[in-house]
Write a protein of this length. Structure first.
Length: 256
């Protein structure tokens, strides 16, 4: 069994694959000061909930936007699984040429998403990832990573709004009852939901002007379900896109 680990700034997403199929997945809060032993304890308990254990895991692949944590994961897999984990980064084959000025600046999760999106769609596409930031990653018809766009994420924007304006309340990301809010809460909900949906549609329109109308758009990330229903430009949503990309990269490096 393959354990795929996507470590994000806010959440860590885990997936267990058997013969290419996703059996189980879990989401955890990313703890930046966690130790290898603490990770082993947490993962042991998670696996046990599904009647699995470390003995069932044959290989591990990791992508991370938090470099500080990676050595602890590597130590955990070596100590408790007796395995060397694959870490997405320089030296690992992805099958995707990277056409940016400094490939080392590219976040591992963004590259992994791009690999999965092109494998699924087979043509020019854009991945919109609703994470701590909202990222747009463009892939050419030849399967090349072209570059991307980074904007503040939904939660970052909401937190900044409520922290800077003392009278504004914390709000849930739920569908507004109306466009023109009759309360402060409704007004914030409308601004966030429709504002981010308009941002997505506006950027995708500009991307299509530059890359062609055949460009397909796929969204992923934990908050995509709140915004994508109000977008006109997003054809597909896949919350397992990053885990799928990790599986694909593992398969392209099997035996390394």
């Amino acid at each position: 069994m393959l354990l795929a680990v996507d470590i994000g700034n806010t959440q860590t997403h885990l997936g267990a694959f058997q013969n290419g199929s996703l059996l189980e997945h879990w989401r955890l809060t990313t703890e930046r000061d966690v130790t290898a032993d603490e990770l082993a304890s947490t993962y042991t308990n998670l696996l046990a909930l599904r009647k699995l254990s470390f003995d069932d895991i044959d290989d591990v692949i990791i992508s991370s936007t938090v470099p500080k944590i990676v050595p602890e994961y590597v130590e955990m897999t070596e100590r408790y699984l007796g395995e060397q984990s694959l870490v997405v980064g320089p030296g690992l084959k992805t099958g995707m040429p990277i056409r940016v000025e400094n490939p080392r600046e590219l976040g591992a999760d963004r590259l992994v998403n791009a690999v999965a999106a092109y494998d699924r769609l087979g043509g020019p596409c854009v991945v919109v990832d609703f994470g701590t930031a909202i990222t747009f990653d463009a892939i050419s018809s030849q399967g090349e990573y072209l570059g991307g766009i980074i904007a503040p994420g939904v939660e970052i924007s909401l937190n900044a709004l409520t922290e800077r304006a003392a009278k504004l309340p914390q709000v849930e990301l739920t569908e507004p009852e109306r466009l023109i809010g009759r309360t402060t809460l409704e007004a914030i909900q409308a601004g966030v939901i429709y504002g981010f949906a308009a941002q997505i549609d506006g950027i995708v329109e500009r991307l299509r002007d530059e890359l062609g109308d055949e460009l397909q758009v796929i969204a992923t990330g934990g908050l995509s379900s709140h915004i994508v229903p109000f977008c006109d430009s997003v054809e597909l949503t896949d919350d397992m896109l990053t885990l799928t990309g990790l599986r694909l990269i593992y398969e392209r490096n099997a035996g390394q």
